[in-house]
Design a protein around this ligand. Structure first.
Ligand code: DC
Length: 222
């Protein structure tokens, strides 16, 4: 198959990264988790106590170095000023920082090139919020993966409980609703379905069913 990209957008907890990873290994293409880049900015903002001010952040971002590389197993690593922050960015509080700072035009602009470079160099699947609408409007395949907030919160809650953490379902649901609202209502590149994206609601579908559906869609369209 020639060079092509797959854009997967949708709210947090819809299963984007699981589907994207599975597609990347089934189709032998690269995977870029773009949320990790926004999380790296969020982590830097938290550590250095940045204000949510576009002009100031724009200047500060000029001094920050964010890079992505892949290990022998194909796992993505994100580097913040040379430090591998791939684990640090998964902390729960970083989600909120990533979401808040991702609304700033300077942050979106700073991360755009990196995303487009990966996508133009390699056939890739990218997951995020604005891949189909803004980063790769010409992606060959576009998927909008969603699920109800309650189902997404339940999946996240089960995940945290399985890790031995003490959490309340209502708090997990409130966090998801808050993040959805911010990601969908920001002025620049808000989360929304691209007109030409195929929408999949995974409320009543297993991960395997979603993967099968997407692989069939891609194979029919080669
Ligand atoms: O997918 P995630 O939860 O790791 O993303 C963290 C935050 O980054 C998310 O709340 C919104 C932002 N984000 C974005 O604005 N655009 C993207 N393409 C990916 C993530």
């Amino acid at each position: 198959m020639n060079h092509f990209n797959i854009a997967i957008d949708g709210p947090s907890g819809a299963g984007k990264s699981t589907i994207a990873k599975a597609l990347s290994s089934k189709l032998g293409i690269s995977y870029l988790d773009t949320g990790a880049l926004y999380r790296a900015v969020g982590l830097k903002a938290y550590r250095d106590g940045w204000e949510e001010n576009d002009e100031i952040v724009s200047r500060l971002l000029g001094l920050v170095d964010i890079k992505v590389s892949y290990d022998e197993e194909g796992k993505q690593h994100v580097y913040l000023d040379g430090e591998d922050v791939s684990t640090a960015i998964r902390q729960d509080f970083v989600s909120g920082y990533g979401s808040r700072f991702s609304a700033l035009p300077s942050v979106r602009k700073a991360l755009l090139d990196l995303q487009r470079r990966v996508a133009s160099e390699y056939s890739s699947v990218l997951d995020g919020r604005d891949i189909g609408t803004s980063v790769l409007p010409n992606a060959k395949y576009k998927i909008y993966l969603t699920a109800s907030p309650e189902i997404r919160a339940k999946r996240r809650y089960d995940e945290l409980i399985a890790k031995g953490q003490t959490v309340e379902f209502d708090k997990v649901l409130a966090d998801i609703n808050e993040r959805d609202f911010r990601d969908m209502n920001r002025a620049i590149s808000p989360l929304k379905k691209a007109d030409d994206a195929v929408e999949i609601n995974s409320d009543n579908m297993s991960i395997e069913e979603v993967i099968k559906f997407v692989v069939e869609m891609i194979n029919e369209n080669v």
